[in-house]
Design a protein around this ligand. Structure first.
Ligand SMILES: Nc1ncnc2c1ncn2[C@@H]1O[C@H](COP(=O)(O)OP(=O)(O)O)[C@@H](O)[C@H]1O
Ligand SMILES: [Mg+2]
Length: 327
């Protein structure tokens, strides 16, 4: 992909919950960026700080209990974290849209799809809140029979169709950045692939940027141009998708790859990684991954690793990134 303009630039972001001495840091020194029109994945197990990071991009973390303790989020060069209500409304209405995991929870069960889609349009593009535009949006997300779907209630649609409606609503404001937070986790496998395929098509057709958030590293291979692997509120490995998946350097990335269920040979066991993501109240010293790491040595307990450049824009945070086979 040709080099494009930076759309989003997150630099050294730190987010805490709670106050004073009780303040728990759940995102620490987190940096990543997204260029216009590209798909960037954020990947990590549950509790790694993916959703908190996603919400921070439009300053959607409730304060309190949340607190931005450092860093910046630049969208089109403007620092989101210092924006006032009016600017934030514009950002959320016209620049950044979200799709979340459970479409059933975001759609209102008592209103027909058409009513809800019209509301979304009315907020963002009131002059185009027409049936024609709603039908166009539903067609765009691949829903058959759009006129009939407008008259349906959410429960009359399958989970996959509900998620397509949510994506249509997110597209209503023509965002420059779509943040999809585990958009397929609640769906079964074949539908997951269809939704990812849809996101990929939309990204290409509309030229918008997408942040794809998932705990399944296998899902990003086909959609994301670049991937950021998160652990304990930090990015531990980042780079072009092929490079990171083909030559993973961090033991955590390798563990996530081994945990990806293989479609063929389903009898094979899931190797994965033993143990759990640390609770922010009991963050390990040094490298946050050391208690679970097969390569752990004294230095890992003592000192947090810094970014190391593997090649070009492939970055890793591990004292032993040069150890362990580069395949
Ligand atoms: N409102 C909140 N108050 C306190 N802690 C929170 C809140 N939201 C998230 N956290 C904590 O932040 C960490 C990251 O959570 P989250 O971003 O939801 O992880 P992920 O999306 O990767 O599963 C977790 O330890 C979680 O308990
Ligand atoms: Mg989450």
């Amino acid at each position: 992909m040709p080099e494009r303009d930076l759309l989003l630039d997150v630099r050294g972001l730190k987010i805490e919950f709670g106050t004073g001495a009780q303040g728990l840091r759940v995102v620490d020194d987190l940096s990543f960026n997204v260029r216009d029109g590209e798909t960037v994945a954020l990947v990590g197990e549950s509790g790694c700080g993916k959703s908190v990071t996603a919400l921070a991009l439009a300053k959607l973390i409730p304060q309190p209990p949340g607190r931005f303790a450092g860093g910046e989020v630049l969208f089109g060069g403007q620092n989101v974290l210092s924006m006032g209500e009016k600017e934030l409304r514009r950002l959320r209405g016209a620049d950044i849209s979200y799709v979340f995991q459970e479409p059933g929870q975001s759609l209102n069960p008592v209103f027909r799809i058409g009513w809800q889609l019209r509301e979304a349009l009315q907020i963002h593009r009131p002059d185009q809140a027409t049936t024609e535009e709603m039908v166009r949006l539903l067609k765009q997300v691949g829903l058959p029979d759009p006129e009939q779907k407008l008259r349906a209630y959410p429960h009359e649609l399958s989970g996959g169709m509900q998620q397509r409606v949510m994506i249509a609503m997110a597209l209503a404001c023509r965002p420059r950045l779509l943040v999809a937070d585990e958009p397929t986790t609640a769906l079964d496998v074949t539908i997951q692939l269809q939704i990812l395929e849809l996101l990929k098509d939309l990204q290409r057709q509309l030229g918008m940027a997408v942040i794809l958030i998932t705990h399944n590293l296998g899902l990003v291979a086909d959609c994301a141009h670049r991937v950021n692997v998160m652990y304990a509120g930090r990015i531990v490995e980042a780079g072009p998708t092929e490079e990171v998946l083909g030559h993973p350097r961090h033991p955590y990335t390798r563990g996530l790859l081994e945990a990806v269920p293989k479609l063929e040979g389903s009898a094979g066991h899931l190797k994965g990684i033993d143990g759990h993501v640390p609770n922010p109240a009991r963050m390990p010293s040094g490298c946050k991954f050391h208690p679970r790491c097969p390569l752990c040595a004294e230095i890992c307990r003592e000192r947090e690793p810094a970014d190391e450049t593997v090649r070009e824009d492939h970055i890793v945070r591990c004292h032993f990134w040069q150890k362990g086979g580069d395949s």
